[in-house]
Design a protein around this ligand. Structure first.
Ligand SMILES: [Zn+2]
Length: 383
């Protein structure tokens, strides 16, 4: 297994070198992943689109082996920005192995996991009765647009849905098995003004329209966090974790701001209906003559902890119980695939950090776990 482990280190290093931050194109790293998939015998479906800034984004769906059913591994190739990178012995896209860790942006979330799965796929035999699939998306960190495209347009994904393929989302869980996660509700409250130099009378500061609405918004937020109707004890914390940020455009203090925006993000949970909260926010917007803009939700995702594929994976990784987590993944968007779980190497605590890393031990375990899972989870689950 040592050769495979070293291959995984080489492959993570190669993938991290592509600076595939979500607001940039992920075309080059997708090509590298597609090349690797071709090399180990997969057919690859290439799905591309232009994002709102005109950047080309690519998601891949790949299949090896005949028949239907089988197992799928799911990952994303975009990474969060690295502007705050804090290490002086390596750059974010210039990975370094030191003290048993591989440092670099995306090493943990989630190019390390993707490398483990690719190496595992290269060492397990092709099974003609049960195929192995890969789904590798773009824009997971910024709205999951890649997964949405896979859900709408991929022929292979449709085949997976129809034949009840078992999906393993490889986000970092330290190889714990996860059966539920929160989703996301994103909306904006906007006030508009007119931008002008403050030495003139021409401007209208948009903040003056937004500020009176902030107090009722804050009261609603605090009441919602306390209300048991908006909690689910399956999670820790059990609340919606409603977060607010405020942005101004332009931001110069000698110019009146023409746009004031209160940005809101709530973590949706199974069994918690938030539409009454949304209706109250819309009421506040109407009273204060503000605009309300809602983005596409990411649905919370959960499967029964006693589902056959969860139990089978638990026995493979030697754990007693599956977990629930508070972040969202592509599983929220791709849940037409019913038999899913999240299980990947690396610790989510090391993701999105200014010194992101994954331990070499987790990389080794990741290769071993995925190789075992790809072989073992091939029989169709009873759903
Ligand atoms: Zn991720």
């Amino acid at each position: 297994m040592n050769v495979a482990w070293e291959s995984a280190i080489d492959l993570v290093t190669k993938l991290v070198r592509f600076p595939s931050v979500s607001h940039e194109s992920n075309e080059e790293v997708s090509q590298a992943v597609a090349d690797e998939l071709f090399r180990i015998g997969f057919e690859v479906e290439w799905l591309s689109y232009r994002d709102s800034e005109g950047k080309t984004k690519v998601s891949l769906v790949a299949k090896r082996g005949k028949g239907t059913g089988g197992v799928a591994y799911l990952a994303h190739t975009d990474v969060v920005p690295a502007d705050d990178w804090s290490l002086d012995f390596c750059g974010p896209f210039d990975p370094v192995v030191q003290d048993g860790r591989l440092y670099g942006r995306g090493a943990c979330d989630m190019k390390g996991s993707l490398a483990c799965a690719l190496v595992a796929a290269s060492i397990v035999p092709t099974d003609d009765a049960a195929p192995l699939y890969f789904v590798v998306t773009s824009d997971e960190e910024v709205g999951m647009h890649g997964a949405r495209l896979v859900d709408r347009r991929s022929q292979l994904f449709e085949e997976m849905v129809e034949s009840h393929t078992i999906g393993i989302v490889g986000e970092p869980t330290k190889l714990e098995v996860v059966h539920a996660h929160k989703g996301g509700l994103r909306f904006h409250v906007l006030a508009r003004g007119k931008s002008a130099h403050t030495s003139t009378r021409d401007g209208l500061n948009a903040n003056y329209a937004l500020i009176p609405a902030l107090e009722p918004m804050l009261q609603l937020r605090h009441a919602t966090e306390r209300d048991p109707r908006f909690q689910n004890p399956m999670f820790d914390p059990p609340t919606l974790s409603w977060n607010m940020t405020i942005t101004n455009e332009p931001e110069a203090v000698n110019v009146t701001t023409s746009l004031a925006q209160l940005n809101n993000f709530l973590r949706l949970m199974p069994g918690v209906d938030v539409e009454s909260i949304v209706a109250q926010v819309e009421g506040i917007c109407e009273r204060h003559q503000l605009d309300f803009v809602r983005s596409d939700d990411v649905e919370p995702w959960s499967v029964a902890p006693d589902a056959a594929w969860i139990q089978q994976m638990l026995s493979l990784v030697g754990r007693r119980a599956s977990q629930s987590v508070c972040y969202a993944t592509d599983a929220g968007v791709l849940q037409r695939l019913q038999a899913m779980m999240i299980c990947g190497p690396g610790d989510i605590q090391q993701a999105h950090r200014s010194d992101e890393w994954i331990s070499l031990e987790q990389l080794q375990l990741g290769v071993e776990t995925y190789a075992k899972a790809f072989c073992a989870l091939q029989s169709k689950p009873s759903i």
